[in-house]
Design a protein around this ligand. Structure first.
Ligand code: FEO
Length: 170
């Protein structure tokens, strides 16, 4: 069954938001490079790859359903803070926003009774729980660390261990 046009539009909008997320994290990465925190840089490198995978997963899904992928302009990323704590507050806010948008895509799938899309989107719903939890964990540690430079360096070391595991979506 061909994909519903409203469903297709919701996926195309979300593909753009995932690419925006990639762009936003790419912009945030430079702040940590300037601060000489390679572990944080590594964390953002992986985040960037994950966002691209999220976008590509939807891209391939729309094609698989016989739909049309329309790519839109990616907005200039707006990084609001300049300290690790400020940046991670924004990361959490952003992921919460993405969760709300994934839920909105799911709402469309329910509305048009697209059960295949709902099953596909389950992966994204679960992924957002993980995204918010992992970002929340870093944020909580940064709040504990405060102005303690040794604590910040210890967290940087911890984040250098993060590796990219290409997600199997759907
Ligand atoms: Fe694609 Fe970070 O959610």
């Amino acid at each position: 069954m061909a994909i519903d046009k409203k469903m297709e539009a919701a996926f195309n909008d979300q593909i753009n938001k995932e690419y925006y997320s990639e762009y936003l994290y790419l912009a945030m990465k430079t702040i940590f490079a300037e601060l000489n925190l390679p572990g944080f840089v590594n964390w953002f490198n992986i985040q960037v790859q994950e966002e691209r995978a999220h976008a590509e997963g939807m891209y391939e899904y729309v094609l698989e359903r016989g739909g049309y992928v329309e790519l839109f302009a990616i907005d200039k990323p707006e990084v609001k803070g300049s300290t690790p704590l400020e940046v991670f507050k924004q990361v959490l806010e952003h992921e919460q926003y993405v969760t709300s948008r994934i839920n909105a895509v799911y709402d469309v799938a329910e509305e048009v009774k697209d059960r295949a899309a709902m099953l596909f989107l389950n992966w994204y719903v679960k992924e957002q729980v993980e995204e918010e939890a992992s970002v929340g964990d870093v944020l909580a540690k940064l709040e504990m660390i405060g102005d303690d430079k040794q604590g910040l360096l210890a967290l940087d070391k911890e984040l250098s261990a993060r590796v990219f595991n290409p997600p199997v979506i759907g």
